[in-house]
Design a protein around this ligand. Structure first.
Ligand code: GLC
Ligand code: CA
Length: 562
């Protein structure tokens, strides 16, 4: 960025975001389930960490087939989570602390208990076409599409004597966006929330809303089958633009779209005023690095990833996104394993590697999204049986493999589950070393990870902790505009240990050195002039001053002003 080019400042580029999975965050009334008053109690906690934006996973009324991503009523709150008054109190408390709130917008599908689906099933005229219904014999689904939760994407409904489409669980029927009445209802619902004063939405699975004419079969090599035809469908831009013009455009809000299968070239058509008006995208390219060739649940070829490839992906998004477009930076969320277990080392170097991941998240160009518990280095847990799992996706895939005869039992995929399951990030937040980690006074809905006595917020707030490192990094990003708006430049693209980049804004350059490995490595980059380097923040007690020719210890990091 040249010095005379104005910076396109936006509040949502400058914030640090934090994602809460309400069921597992904090239980205020002892029923074992996290809830909204429990979150309100912890707003001071989020503020002390330096958070400015909260993304709340769904809290709407839901029968919980997919923990709230199956919505029964968009305009009321799940009983277990509290009331709309509790929600209003949370919003007020957040705003009092200058923390903005974004809600999860789940409109590719509803719950099968949503009134619209109930009416549609009965062929009630207005609702008859609200979902994808197709004729066909009860033993032959209309096409070969598979569900993300395993099995066919079609379920035969005895009442209507037709098949309905569900790209996710059978209890999550897909809305028919071709129907203008569906789009009207969604736009009014979105406006209803915006009028309440929220600050935007994270938009769930939105690249699947446009299905191609005739619902053609998909490539059976891909997982799930059909993703090549129903992902980024023919009318996606029209629908998103229309939703934007009718809703988001009228408010000062931010939108972040979850869109698997999006490349940086495609992103420009979605982002910004010259696209569909979306502000950011959660792309999946780095999430796909360590999965087998057949996708997330391929039992072969998972678990390995190379730093060079990781850098190539991240750098491509850093440098090839259009001038006016913006990145969302994340390594984990409620659908992914714990970041320190996946991208760091959750044993010998848990502290160091968790701090390294934090450094990465807070010093690349884009808005950082932290996931609850990552600020204390929470790890994956150990699942020992199918019964011990909760996630319908993990369970669905195991059931599929058993039905196909690929495996005999859970044991055959135990390692993959313990690496990849969405359940790892859904174990309750670890607050204290006491019973149930201070998450609940009752029986937790899902077991607490065994390491809570060592890994918990109370313990993590003293000394040179992961928590304190996050806090320092967030403060640093608030202080140094170059960390928000500066251009990114990668060095040593092929190095399998060092991830080195600079951020430059006008006259100011910051260098970031990450030894992303468990072996020491010498930093030696002639192209970077470091004689006047001033160390700002590292993750070992004593960090190298001038990094040139210096050895970086396992997972050691350094941030320097050049
Ligand atoms: C998104 C959510 C995930 C959910 C799915 C269906 O991917 O993040 O948790 O299962 O959509 O709503
Ligand atoms: Ca509760």
């Amino acid at each position: 960025m040249s010095i005379d080019q104005p910076i396109d400042r936006q509040w949502w580029k400058e914030v640090t975001a934090y994602q809460i999975y309400p069921r597992s965050f904090n239980d205020s009334n002892g029923d074992g389930v996290g809830d909204i008053p429990g979150i309100t109690e912890k707003v001071g906690y989020l503020d002390s960490l330096g958070i400015d934006l909260l993304w709340l996973c769904p809290v709407y009324d839901s029968p919980n087939a997919d923990n709230g991503y199956d919505i029964r009523d968009y305009q009321s709150i799940m009983d277990e989570f509290g009331t709309i008054d509790d929600w209003e109190a949370l919003l007020a408390e957040l705003h009092d602390h200058d923390i903005r709130l974004i809600m999860d917008l789940v409109v590719n599908h509803t719950s099968d208990e949503h009134e619209w689906f109930e009416q549609s099933r009965r062929r009630n005229s207005k609702y008859e076409d609200y979902y994808y219904w197709r004729d066909g014999p009860p033993d032959e689904p209309p096409n070969n599409w598979g569900s993300f939760m395993g099995g066919s994407a079609w379920t035969y409904d005895e009442r209507r004597e037709q098949w309905y489409l569900h790209l996710f669980d059978e209890r999550q029927p897909d809305l028919n966006w071709r129907n203008p009445a569906v789009r009207d209802d969604i736009a009014s619902m979105v406006t209803w929330w915006l009028e309440k004063g929220i600050d935007g939405f994270r938009i769930d699975a939105i690249n699947y809303i446009s299905k191609p004419d005739g619902l053609p079969d998909g490539d059976t090599e891909l997982s799930p089958t059909g993703i090549d035809v129903f992902g980024h469908g023919p009318r996606i831009h029209e629908y998103l633009r229309e939703l934007y013009d009718r809703t988001f455009a009228n408010y000062d809000v931010v939108t972040i779209a979850e869109m698997a299968g999006t490349t940086v070239d495609m992103a420009g058509d979605y982002l910004g005023e010259d696209g569909d008006g979306l502000d950011m995208i959660f792309h999946f390219e780095h999430m796909d690095l360590d999965v087998g060739p057949g996708g997330r649940w391929d039992t072969e070829g998972w678990g390995e990833w190379s730093l060079a490839e990781f850098k190539e992906i991240m750098s491509r998004w850093q440098t090839e996104l259009g001038e006016d477009d913006w990145n969302a930076i994340y390594l984990g969320n409620h659908d992914q394993p714990r970041i320190v277990s996946r991208f760091g080392d959750d044993e010998a170097y848990r502290e160091e590697s968790a701090k390294l991941l934090a450094t990465f998240l807070l010093t690349t160009r884009g808005t950082p999204f932290l996931y609850q518990g990552d600020e204390i280095g929470m790890t994956n847990t150990e699942f020992t049986s199918l019964d011990g799992l909760d996630d319908p996706m993990t369970i669905g895939f195991i059931e599929d493999l058993i039905a196909e005869g690929t495996i005999d039992s859970f044991e055959d995929v135990r390692d993959l589950v313990n690496y990849m399951s969405r359940d790892h990030s859904r174990t309750p937040m670890q607050w204290f070393a006491e019973t149930n980690a201070g998450f609940t006074e009752g029986d937790p809905w899902f077991p607490i990870a065994e390491n809570y006595q060592e890994i918990n917020v109370e313990a993590a707030r003293t000394g040179e902790s992961i928590w304190n490192h996050y806090q320092s990094l967030i403060a640093l990003r608030d202080e140094l505009e170059v960390l928000v708006y500066g251009e990114y430049e990668l060095y040593l693209p092929d190095d399998e240990q060092l991830y080195t980049y600079t951020r430059t804004l006008g006259e100011e350059t910051v260098l970031v050195v990450l030894n992303w490995s468990d072996e020491p490595v010498t930093f030696d980059v002639g192209a970077i002039e470091t004689d006047d380097a001033e160390p700002i923040l590292g993750n070992y007690e004593e960090s190298p001053d001038n990094p040139q020719g210096r050895e970086f210890r396992p997972y050691e990091t350094g941030i320097y002003r050049l």
